[in-house]
Design a protein around this ligand. Structure first.
Ligand SMILES: C[S@@+](CC[C@H](N)C(=O)[O-])C[C@H]1O[C@@H](n2cnc3c(N)ncnc32)[C@H](O)[C@@H]1O
Length: 421
């Protein structure tokens, strides 16, 4: 049976583990008034100013997820035109001001920038937060990317760390790091009267003692977190994705379980994944539908409230509902997209034919009740589950049975067999 498109005010992912709010909209246009002064930590990783446009590599179908040889490149976001571009600078400033308003008095802000934008954004942060609230200019150094012979290769990002006020909460003991053995080799080794081994060094007339069983904490140069490798299991294909270990260090040192973490340019949702796995709540916002699709998939194990636009297109869905004892079985028979809508898309390989279930990247079955779609079951293409299920079960509760799907063009659509509104 051919299903028709439906609407909802929001989507809820019915999961027991707490997650947060996911919004696909310009962060500067979202009504965040209910959350002012509530965030314990804001991470902001805005677009840079290279003038480049970035695409997201989305694998296609079972073969794509098994071998990565079948994919499409979807437009994701664009950098500002130039580091001095007025529009770009105004936007960054507004995002910083909004972050400041969202923070609790004990809260922290981390602004992640490339060296091109460091000087200007540092001054903005001083103006908005106050110079006294500057805590660190963290250097995240890595070895990936190209090398230059015209100047020393640029192998770091800066992360500007500011406090909202002097009531700042910070607990470095939450983020111990591995000991770097070789660093201590030049020190003398000893054992004290309790049998504890330590190393000592005299510098400037003062003796420094380091016990071998004492934890070591990071300083402001983070060289122990590598960029994601090509085959990293975390990799979503979204451009600019940061490794979760980087975010874990910021989240764990500045927040406690249950606190609210906000990311106004959340991309693939790394800060949100860090918040959720560390039992913090989150609000993630991004105006790119492709970013929303990546986050929706990545955060599927958690309870989510999602607000994102539904696309209109010439796609058609053939589906069926079979009532059982205590549940409905919801099945997809076919999904088709008109050839002209697929025409402009960049494919790998170039002659890749995308048809049938390969046109779908994730789907969720649930019920629409009072304008809210609650998703009870999901099938997501992932490395571990490259093939989509064609049937899902939904509990026999009040509401209209519906399917939310996101296709390989990153388009999100809601469908029902009977009119829902
Ligand atoms: C560098 S990426 C963030 C990557 C992210 N930290 C991750 O780990 O995946 C920057 C993101 O900012 C988003 N963005 C740009 N302008 C925005 C705006 N006005 N509101 C919300 N998101 C925005 C872009 O769509 C892009 O996904």
């Amino acid at each position: 049976m051919i299903w028709h498109r439906s609407h909802c005010l929001r989507e809820i992912n019915d999961q027991p583990q707490e997650g947060g709010l996911l919004i696909c909209q310009d962060a500067l246009e979202v009504d965040l008034n209910p959350y002012m002064g509530q965030a314990q930590m804001v991470y902001l990783d805005p677009p840079g100013s290279s003038g480049n446009a970035f695409t997201c590599k989305l694998r296609v179908g079972k073969r794509g997820y098994e071998s990565s040889r079948q994919a499409v490149q979807l437009p994701a976001y664009e950098d500002g035109r130039h580091p001095r571009d007025e529009r770009y600078l105004r936007k960054i400033r507004k995002l910083i001001e909004l972050s400041h308003l969202l923070l609790d008095e004990t809260g922290s802000m981390f602004l992640h920038v490339t060296v091109d934008n460091l000087a200007r954004t540092r001054l903005m942060m001083d103006e908005v937060f106050g110079e006294d609230q500057f805590r660190n200019q963290i250097i995240w150094s890595f070895q990936t990317g190209g090398r230059s012979k015209r100047y020393f290769s640029r192998k770091h990002d800066a992360i500007l760390f500011y406090a909202k006020s002097d009531k700042h909460y910070f607990d470095i003991t939450q983020v111990p790091i591995a000991k770097r053995g070789s660093r201590d080799n030049h020190m003398k080794r000893h054992v004290d009267e309790h049998g504890r081994s330590y190393r000592s060094i005299v510098s400037g007339g003062k003796k420094y003692i380091y016990y071998d069983d004492e934890p070591v904490f990071p300083d402001d140069v983070w060289a122990d977190v590598s960029q994601m490798q090509q085959k990293d299991p975390q990799r979503t294909g979204y451009p600019g994705q940061k490794p979760q270990a980087l975010l874990d260090r910021m989240v764990l040192s500045t927040t406690r379980p249950g606190d609210l973490v906000v990311d106004l340019c959340c991309g693939s949702g790394t800060a949100l994944a860090s918040a959720a796995t560390n039992e913090r709540r989150f609000i993630g916002i991004d105006n790119s539908p492709v970013a929303f699709a990546a986050c929706r998939k990545r955060l599927s194990p958690y309870r989510l409230v999602c607000q994102a636009p539904l696309s209109q297109s010439g796609a058609m869905l053939d589906a069926a509902v079979l009532p059982g004892i205590g549940y409905y079985t919801v099945s997809i028979n076919a999904y088709t997209v008109p050839e002209e809508e697929l025409a402009g898309i960049t494919r790998q390989p170039k002659d890749l034919v995308i048809e049938g279930m390969d046109l779908i990247d994730q789907w969720h079955a649930g019920l629409i009740n009072k304008g809210v779609f609650v998703s009870y079951a999901s099938s997501l293409r992932e490395k571990q589950t490259p093939e989509l299920e064609t049937s899902l079960e939904v509990p026999l509760l009040r509401g209209t049975v519906a399917i939310m799907l996101i296709d390989v063009l990153g388009r999100r659509s809601l469908w029902t067999g009977t009119p829902a509104f």
